[in-house]
Design a protein around this ligand. Structure first.
Ligand code: SAM
Length: 350
């Protein structure tokens, strides 16, 4: 099928920016809030929840309007996106969209950058079809390289081997560079830091450590549960001295490092100890079709509801511009009076 040009539905010709002057170029779309893992720091593990999913075409219409406004990078997420029937069609549909706005990032305008975040459990069989559908890159969440520890965190026995097979299948399919994201949780997996450094070197993946944020269902976060950037570096240095690498882009969330011999790449994403809100270029579309301007927002904006009531593309675009204009300046984790977000990570999509 030929590329579907994203129409420019409003008269404004500029990209999306907020009132703090940030250009919004990255979109995360959750296509389900179901998950096959029950990670101890994310889900309570209680079954019987109500799930929210929209037809793939409905996500695609909202994404098309967002792309017409200057979105350049799209990350498909969940819940667990590979559980979603139609995930390959979703990627193919996004790949058919072409940006029509001049790039606000200063780069030459390019085809959309399409990535996906997964726990990797079903990746081995889907890596090739996703690549063929137009996916560029994949990030695999993996919180331990020790299989027993992995099972304790995910609460799914025996799936480490499957995830490893998924990582390798993604590399073989050309979904590179494969990134492996590890949320560090005090008392659970900080002893895996050096093991992950070796994993990065042995498997040729970029390993990124993420500070635990207060986004969990059971509200168990405390400042002490966070393994902070400085401690991560200190532990890595015990393995081999780390060498900083320059950022790839200004809005990059990870601080990048390698080792003296250049083998392996480690990223540290430190939203708690070193917030990067001032460079945030991101908004989210939740699996029930709501726009979320910050992980820590107190409310969402019902784009899908507007669409269901018959809004045309121009009306959707005007609404998106208004919502983005009000994007929060920053999160307030760790400050007195911090309010936990209205929804947990399960519903927002990572
Ligand atoms: N199921 C997919 C996956 O596993 O990547 C996508 C959704 S998952 C919610 C996205 C990412 O958010 C995962 O890397 C997960 O570890 C991370 N995450 C979940 N809760 C978090 C928290 N409280 N703090 C930091 N990261 C979190």
């Amino acid at each position: 099928m030929p590329p579907v040009a994203a129409s420019a539905p409003v008269s404004e010709s500029s990209g999306l920016t907020d009132r703090h002057g940030r250009a919004i170029t990255d979109l995360r779309v959750a296509i389900t809030d179901r998950c096959n893992y029950k990670c101890v720091y994310c889900r309570t593990g209680n079954d019987g929840a109500q799930y929210a999913e929209l037809p793939v075409e409905e996500y695609l219409r909202m994404v098309r309007v967002l792309v017409s406004l200057g979105i350049e990078k799209i990350r498909i997420t969940g819940g667990e996106p590979l559980l979603r029937r139609g995930v390959v069609d979703m990627v193919a549909g996004v790949a058919r969209l072409q940006p029509t706005m001049p790039a606000v990032s200063g780069r030459l305008r390019q085809p959309l950058d399409i990535a996906l975040t997964t726990n990797g459990h079903l990746l081995a069989e889907l890596a090739r079809p996703l690549k063929d559908a137009g996916l560029n890159r994949v990030t695999v969440s993996m919180d331990a390289v020790d299989p027993a520890k992995f099972a304790r965190i995910t609460r799914v026995p025996g799936s480490f081997r499957q995830v490893l097979a998924g990582v390798r299948a993604a590399q073989a399919a050309g979904l590179e560079p494969v990134k492996v994201n590890c949320v560090l949780l005090r008392g659970f997996n900080e002893d895996q830091i050096i093991e992950f450094a070796k994993f990065s070197r042995d498997e040729g993946v970029i390993v990124r450590f993420i500070e635990f944020m207060p986004l969990e269902e059971d509200r168990s976060w405390t400042p002490d549960s966070v393994v902070r950037l400085e401690e991560i570096i200190e532990r890595l240095n015990r393995f081999q001295p780390v060498v900083p690498l320059p950022p790839n882009t200004q809005s990059e969330t990870a601080r990048r490092y390698t080792f003296a011999d250049g083998r392996g790449e480690i990223g540290i994403i430190a939203p708690v100890s070193h917030p990067f809100c001032g460079h945030c270029s991101r908004i989210r579309l939740t699996s029930d079709g709501k726009l979320r301007t910050c992980l820590f927002s107190q409310s969402d904006h019902d784009l899908y509801g507007l669409m269901r009531r018959g809004a045309d593309d121009a009306a959707l675009a005007a609404y998106i511009r208004r919502v983005v204009d009000h994007k929060e300046a920053r999160h307030h984790i760790g400050e007195p009076g911090f309010l936990k977000p209205s929804r947990s990570m399960v519903h927002i999509g990572g």
